[in-house]
Each structure stands twice: as structure tokens, then as C-alpha cells.
Write a protein that binds this ligand. Structure first.
Ligand code: KIV
Ligand code: NA
Length: 275
């Protein structure tokens, strides 16, 4: 069944959990889609896990479009959300609408996601008016790393918690179709999930959210650089990959691979003529 912004609203109403994972290319999008996921996020986390940057700030619109195109070709049933990269929406509403439009038109995404609350309500409203569904992203918003002074849990103080609640309500009022809550205390995320009608998708925000999202390299243990507390490793794929790569290297070096069954033949007659 094709997941849409409508089916995820219905899932929340029915109390069914919504599942989301990141993907950045065709083959991984296809595998994840075929597993029955509801949503795929082409996250700007690709700057870190695919491109090797230390944070997400260097990711460009071109990077996002390139990877979104690959994912949308690979996924049939998942609702595909593309991240708006740093400085593609902050400076003006005009920028925001044009760049959201490029992710839809060139990348063929089905929704866009942007970071921030009150500061970006005008952007959420304008993009929504252009018939582009918007997912808001609150709590730890990695594009604001330099303001936070590091990757830290958000919404701990009363003031910050109140702002988070107001931001979630305001994002809904501005037209957002869902809200990602990243690194928010579980009880606060649960409260927010009860106070808004659109689904909350948590990452490091506890089981009270309407759905969950993880970066696939994190949940498959493919990305050794660091492991946040909220990550559960559902497979040790990095280790399995390294074992397979070493085996290949060994078999090539000692002549075990390629074997007879991996090769193409020609007739002996033909071969004789070539001598
Ligand atoms: O870029 C990303 O992968 C994200 C998720 C962690 C929510 O924004
Ligand atoms: Na992101």
C-alpha cells in the first residue's frame, strides 16, 4: 500500500505506530521500502554518513537533489521526505518555497522537512500553500549546532520545554503534516504527541511518540564514528561487510576466486586459431 501524508494522519488516529528510516541511494531505498517501512527520510545526515563531513552544515541543495532522485527511484510504497539543507530556507520565505519546490520537482520527494519552530512558521505556511507537505523538526536540530554548542538533549528547562510545546502546536497550525522530535525527554515528547493532532516522529524521544526514525547506518552498526544513547543496533552489518571484504581479498590473492563457474568459455578450436 502506498503511504501518503493522509495515511500517516490516519495511522495516528488509529493509534498505529509509524515507522521511518533514512536512505540516501537507490539500492538501500529499495531494500528498506520492500521491508514495509511507512516513510523514508533522505536526511541531511547524508553529509555525515555518506559524505564524511563532521556536521550537516556543508550539505547543498545539489547534494540533496542528487540523493533524493536515487531514493525516489528505489522506493515504491514509502512516503519520501527530503531534508531542506542548511541555508536553503532560513534567509527568506522565497528561498524556502523555491528550494522546497526543487526537492519535489527535481528530486521527486513527496514532502520536505525543515528544522526549527517559531522562526520558520512563515516558511512552513508558504511551502504548504505551494502544495508541498512539510514535516517540522524540533528539539535537537543539528543545523543549529553552533548555537547549542554541541549535540545535546533539548527541552530540559521549563522555558525550553514550554517553547517546544508552543513550537509543535504552532507548526501544526502553520500546516505541518508531522513533527520530528529529536533528543527530547520522553515524558515531554509524549505530552507533545497528545497535544497535537499531527504525528510526532521521535529519535531519542521515547516510545510516547507516534512514530520512530533512525539513521540506517546507526541501526545497522555501519557507522563507527560514534553511537548516541538513543541508537539500538538491530544488526552488526559493518562487521559482516568487513568480513566479506576480507574474504574477497584473501580469495583473490590466493587464486580461489574467480572459480570455473564465474568465468565465460570459448571453444578449443577457436582458441587454437589464436595461438
Ligand atoms: O538528517 C536526518 O537523518 C534527520 C533524522 C535524524 C531525523 O534529520
Ligand atoms: Na536532518
Amino acid at each position: 500500500m502506498k503511504n501518503t501524508v493522509v495515511t500517516i494522519q490516519e495511522a495516528k488516529k488509529r493509534g498505529e505506530k509509524i515507522t521511518m528510516l533514512t536512505a540516501y541511494d537507490y539500492s538501500m531505498a529499495k531494500l528498506i521500502d520492500e521491508s514495509g517501512i511507512n516513510m523514508i527520510l533522505v536526511g541531511d545526515s547524508l553529509g555525515m554518513v555518506m559524505l564524511g563531513y563532521e556536521d550537516t552544515l556543508s550539505v547543498t541543495m545539489e547534494d540533496m537533489i542528487h540523493h533524493t532522485k536515487a531514493v525516489t527511484r528505489g522506493a515504491k510504497n514509502a512516503l519520501i521526505v527530503a531534508d531542506m539543507p542548511f541555508m536553503s530556507y532560513q534567509a527568506s520565505v522565497y528561498d524556502a518555497v523555491c528550494n522546497a519546490g526543487r526537492l519535489m520537482k527535481e528530486g521527486r520527494a513527496q514532502a520536505v522537512k525543515l528544522e526549527g519552530g517559531k522562526e520558520v512558521f512563515p516558511q512552513i505556511e508558504a511551502i504548504t500553500k505551494a502544495s508541498i507537505p512539510v514535516v517540522a523538526h524540533l528539539g535537537l536540530t543539528p543545523q543549529s549546532l553552533n548555537v547549542f554548542g554541541g549535540f545535546k538533549v533539548q527541552g530540559k528547562s521549563e522555558e525550553a520545554a514550554k517553547k517546544l510545546i508552543e513550537d509543535a502546536k504552532g507548526a501544526e497550525a502553520a500546516g505541518a503534516v508531522a513533527v520530528v522530535l529529536e533528543c527530547v525527554p520522553a515524558k515531554l515528547a509524549e505530552l507533545i504527541s497528545k497535544q497535537i493532532n499531527i504525528p510526532t516522529i521521535g529519535i531519542g524521544a521515547g516510545a510516547g511518540c507516534d512514530g520512530q526514525v533512525l539513521v540506517y547506518q546507526d541501526m545497522l552498526a555501519m557507522f563507527g564514528d560514534f553511537k548516541p544513547k538513543f541508537v539500538k543496533q538491530f544488526g552488526q552489518i559493518g562487521e559482516q561487510m568487513k568480513a566479506a571484504f576480507s574474504q574477497y581479498i584473501k580469495e583473490v590473492q590466493n587464486g580461489v576466486f574467480p572459480a570455473e563457474q564465474h568465468t565465460y568459455g570459448i571453444s578449443d578450436e577457436m582458441l587454437e586459431k589464436l595461438y
